[in-house]
Structures are given as C-alpha cells and as structure tokens.
Design a protein around this ligand. Structure first.
Ligand code: FES
Length: 156
C-alpha cells in the first residue's frame, strides 16, 4: 500500500477511489488525511469541499469540533492506544505507561505523542495500537519498542 506523507494529486485520487461510493465520507476522509499527514492542510480542505460539495465553513466546522483533527501539524504523530474494555483487560494501561516512559527516555516525544482512543475495532487482538494508519494487535511493550524503531526507520 502506498503511504502518503504529503497532500498530492495521487493522495486525492486514492481517497476518491476509496470513498467514492460511501455515504457520510467526510469523517473517514478527514481521519485518513489526519493519520497520514498529522494534520489537514488547506489544499485538502479545498479538495474535500469540491469533491463532497460542501462549503469551507461546513468542513472547518467538523475539523474544529473533533479534537482528533488539526489544521496545523505540531510536528508529532499520534500513537493511538485503545483504552476500551477488551484492551484494558489485556494490558493497555501498562502499555500506555511503557510508551510514555519510552518516548520520554529516548526523546521521541518530539516526534510522537500518545492519544487515548476507545476501540479501534480490533478487540479480538487486544491490546490494539494504531500508528500512521496502520493497526497493530497484541501489542506488548517489547513489540511496541520494535514497532517504534521500525516506524522511525521508515521515516528517517
Ligand atoms: S476494545 Fe480495543 S480495539 Fe476494541
């Protein structure tokens, strides 16, 4: 799968193909852009307005309503850790403590931050974590360390 790191015509086309027949596509489109780029750039907002026939005020209203969405990149990407029941009972709280410690210790808190979410739809493989559009299940502290190293290598 292509990984998009900036807004571009191919990214716009990818989203068009993915959501062209879906009703209520605004939120999933915004999530995909936010997850891939770490924010929703102005060019993406213009594209969404044109393709979904929405006004800029409507799209801006949704972006500012949900705290998941940012119009400016703060330089960090989210590590979404599920805190819902199935993941909690499989150790997500311990995992969050581990991630916080790890990010602080090695200084990667300038690149990543933890975001608590409530169910990533991957309950059978809890605890679940999502980084940059990719969903991971059965994430132990050791596995997380490995995934973080991999993620940093991919974007170095
Ligand atoms: S409870 Fe964590 S993925 Fe559903």
């Amino acid at each position: 799968m292509t990984r998009f790191t900036e807004w571009s015509d191919p990214f716009a086309e990818h989203l068009h193909q993915k959501f062209k027949d879906k009703k209520g596509a605004l939120l999933p489109i915004l999530h995909d852009i936010q997850d891939a780029l770490g924010h929703i750039p102005p060019a993406a907002i213009r594209h969404i307005c044109d393709s979904l026939n929405l006004s800029k005020a409507e799209v801006d209203g949704v972006i500012s309503f949900y705290h998941d969405f940012k119009k400016e990149h703060d330089g960090r990407f989210s590590i979404k850790v599920c805190r819902a029941e199935a993941c909690q009972s499989s150790g997500s709280e311990e995992l969050i403590s581990h991630i916080q410690k790890r990010l602080t210790q090695d200084g990667t808190d300038t690149e990543f931050h933890i975001e608590a979410v409530y169910c990533l739809g991957n309950c059978a493989l809890s605890p679940s974590v999502m980084m940059k559009e990719k969903l991971y299940g059965r994430v132990t502290p050791n596995r997380f360390d490995h995934l973080l190293t991999q993620e940093r290598t991919n974007h170095a």
